[in-house]
Design a binder for this molecule. Structure first.
Ligand SMILES: *Cc1c(COP(=O)(O)O)cnc(C)c1O
Length: 365
């Protein structure tokens, strides 16, 4: 079979997701495991979203509203932008895919912070374009380095704020100077998957830079703070001219009817949002204190996850933790062979993680 697959497709390294709980339990024959590896909401889905899904179930024989009218209307009021400036995606990953189809062709370049979210590289390579990686400065995006990497071929720059996996953030002022220095034919994608968790009020918000004359796209998702990762729904906010182009190549029913109904309801669930932020922020403070007490180096975060230096091979640590039914994320493929990323969980999950860690590292109880 000779399919003539282009080399740029063959050379893509597949995205490696966090290990699912079901896979761990199947492979190790254990139960009651916990997962702190994919930055998911430990409280479960928004209850208002679950109710909305119940109500929407009776219409599953109908196609979804391909224009997502009601969700767009709800979002435009929530964000203070026009519906024509929003594109709905099957997760924000879907918007990344649309941007790559619409904007990139073979030989073009994108600028990608390294390390950051691995999908930026994958969508770039899918279009035959070249990812130009700019190393982080410490654990923060090197915005000056990214500006210096711009060439005639640069079409898109990815900015993850806060950054996954490092948890670092960009201030409003730093973002403003950066955007002013980017040529107007280059699209800046600001990925705000974790923006709701930010506690530092100097942080930049992509929507403050929304301008019909400026090619800035802000990505948001319902996967994290609203607890809807399994449903797959997210969106991008951008100049309407760009939104109109993305809507032409968007699969007509990319956001299913349950996801649309749940997302609208989740936006009304302010109680759930507050409860989530409370649990996450308390959990982070507790984990930082406990890891610090054990002499392990932690790195600051503005997100619901953080990195710590486990002081030995992170893959080994990951494997050992699996035996205790705890899934963490080794940062080896992100270029940090001794760093581990975990998200804050429920109080009992955080304690369970620490007990397992003490066992694995042979620390005194
Ligand atoms: C989790 C995450 C997303 C969200 O992806 P979805 O496709 O909306 O689930 C996007 N960007 C980053 C950096 C993430 O960590």
């Amino acid at each position: 079979m000779n399919l003539n697959i282009p080399d740029y497709i063959k050379n893509i390294s597949p995205y490696v997701p966090g290990k699912p709980i079901e896979a761990l339990e199947r492979e190790y024959g254990i139960t009651d495991s916990i997962k702190l590896a994919s930055n998911e909401n430990p409280l479960g889905p928004s209850p208002l979203a679950m109710n909305a899904i119940q109500t929407a179930l009776g219409n599953l024989h109908r196609y979804p509203d391909g224009a997502a009218f009601s969700l767009l209307d709800r979002l435009s009021r929530h964000l203070g932008v026009t519906a024509s400036q929003i594109v709905i995606g099957n997760g924000s990953d879907d918007i990344l895919g649309m941007l790559s189809i619409a904007l990139l062709k073979s030989g073009d370049e994108t600028i990608i912070p390294s390390s950051s979210f691995l999908m930026y590289e994958i969508v770039t390579q899918s279009a035959g374009a070249v990812p130009v990686k700019v190393p982080l400065k410490g654990l923060c995006l090197d915005l000056e380095g990214m500006l210096a990497a711009i060439t005639d071929r640069t079409r898109m720059i990815f900015v993850c704020n806060p950054n996954n996996p490092t948890g670092s953030m960009i201030t409003h002022d730093a973002m403003a100077s950066f955007l002013n220095a980017v040529p107007e034919n280059v699209v800046v994608v600001i990925d705000e998957a974790y923006i709701d968790f930010v506690r530092d009020d100097t942080c930049a918000f992509g929507l403050n830079f929304l301008d019909e004359e400026r090619a800035v796209v802000t990505l948001r998702t319902f996967s994290k703070v609203y607890g809807l990762a399994g449903l797959r729904i997210g969106y991008g906010v951008m100049p309407s001219r760009l939104a109109e182009l993305l809507n032409r190549i968007r699969m007509p029913f990319n956001a299913n009817s349950l996801a649309q109904a749940a997302a609208s309801a989740a936006l009304d669930d302010t109680d759930f949002l507050e409860k989530t932020l409370g649990v996450i922020h308390e959990g982070l403070d507790y984990l930082y204190g406990e890891l610090g007490r054990r002499g392990l180096k932690t790195f600051p975060t503005q997100s619901n996850f953080f990195l710590f230096d486990v002081g030995r091979d992170a893959k080994w640590f990951f494997e050992q933790m699996l035996h205790h039914g705890v899934i963490v994320r080794a940062m080896t493929s992100y270029g940090y062979p001794e760093y581990v990323r975990i998200n804050a969980g429920l109080p009992e999950e955080n304690r369970r993680f620490l007990t397992a860690l003490d066992n694995v590292l042979g620390l005194p109880k």
